[in-house]
Design a binder for this molecule. Sequence first.
Ligand code: B12
Ligand code: SF4
Length: 499
Amino acid sequence: MIILLNPQSAKHGYRVPNSILTLGAFLEGKYDYEILDENINVNIIETLSRVIRKKDIKYLGITVMPALQLHRSAAISKKIKNLFPSVTIIWGGYFPTLHPNTVLKSHYVDYVIKGHAEFSFVELIDNLEGKPNSKSFNEIKGLSYKKNEDIVHNPKSEIVNPDVIPLLPYHKLPMEKYLRISKTYLGPRTVGYHSSVGCPFLCGFCAVAGVYKGRWIGRSAELVANDIRFLKQNYNIGAVEFHDNNFFVSEKRTYDISEKIMDLNLGWWGEARPDTTMKFSDDTWRMMRDSGCKMIFFGAESSNDEILKLMDKGGTQTSETVLLLAERSRKFGIVPEFSFVLGSPTNNVDTDIENDIKYIKKVKKINPDAEIIIYTYSPVNFEDSEMSLASKMRGFDYPKTLEEWISPEWANFDMRKNPLTPWLKPEHFKRIRNFEKTLNAFYPTNSDLKIKGWKRQLLRALGGWRYLSSIYAAPYELRAVMKLLRYRQPEVEGFAFEK
Ligand code: B12
Ligand code: SF4
């Protein structure tokens, strides 16, 4: 029997674990398996130990994204390997895909499957179970494994056409537990759903580009709408976050999905590129809005067209596109969440940051409802990107061991808040974070549902003089009031944010 585990991924705002749910869909009818999620199983080591003993578990598959989930994955794997050396531990997901050597050198992970694993995971289990006609190790796409002292990496699998993915085995999860805590700006009982794989672009700062290398396939509008209808009818969902890296790649698919879910009365959200959606017709924008699209996350990235080029942003996106989009989204009443990546490896970091701050203020002036999310650039292991090369040239390197990755020094790296990049100095972070605090005070986010009425007024009054005079330093009073109000700013952990 197999356990698929989703280690804790966030302190708030977790969702149904689609990564392992998808793998589960391909195990159905072939192998017995159970799904465990540390986000809702507090004492995971105890639970795992009990299940392993009782059900003769031989395989533990763990999904691993950076930050908290990586920390938990390492701690859990180490402990389980010690307690149950015969259990085979397999890691998959973004972190092991980008850092397979580091993971396999840890001695507590037996195999990594890089990239998509719908078929490879079953093939690996077939091999380990000695099933007749099973594929040998070197034939299993995406598998990385130890061979004597060496680590062998097989080429990754082609991306899986999402139309072949069956309905996910939601019955394996305590759905009510996920849904009852998921009231967001979009509506009650928000579910996360994945309707496409990959992304056709190759932005040099993005893990998705590193993993999918410019490939994208969308599930057909009909199948997507059927799944959403199933979730509505069976679990009474109130809203959907489309967790696709780039939901809006095809205008026709977007239009069709919107049309087909219109009658379900749901709120929805997705991630987009500014240039793609600017090319959509007014009809499509209207259809999106009328079907419940309340908010879209856009990668605005930078105010500087030269930096957009360094980022390999591609397409037709310029700084002008985002200003036009701020206006257009206002017209249609869809809130844009603009995400910026500050602190790229250039020779003018100070000026770049100041220009980005001025530009963000311009965006807010055009559309005061726009949400702003500010990351600092954390290099991703995308070797052939210009940004990775520029980072290496400026002295950046990744940790070489998992122990180092999970050390306190690297804790903020994956959160894209305070990475250990040599060209960014403490004063840069201070400037960025102090501006962010001031911005979030003067324009309180609409997505923290409890910040309304006098609380909004108070924040606005306190942030106003700083915002208007551009004096952001030492915002102690803002920090204190935000803490008191338990204000959740548009930050790093969630999507449409919890109540
Ligand atoms: C949902 C989500 C979350 C959820 C939680 C998810 C969970 N597991 O519980 C939340 C909101 C908590 C979250 C948080 C974070 N996330 Co997140 N998240 C996602 C998102 C949008 C979807 C993941 C998903 O469900 N995919 C659907 C499944 C079907 O695809 P998949 O995960 O790729 O799985 C396939 C393969 O990878 C593989 N696979 C996956 N797991 C396993 C396991 C085994 C055993 C095997 C064999 C194979 C395998 O097979 C699967 C099927 O083919 C992705 C982006 C994306 N669209 O994928 C970002 C993403 C993974 N997150 C990312 C990041 C950086 C974070 C944060 C660390 C930071 C941040 N600023 O957002 C935070 C951490 C917060 C914290 N406190 O620590 C990055 C990772 C980048 C990187 N450098 O690796 C991504 C790629 C977003 C991005 N574009 O940058 N996230
Ligand atoms: S368009 Fe977005 S998801 Fe696609 S590679 Fe660029 S940043 Fe990543």
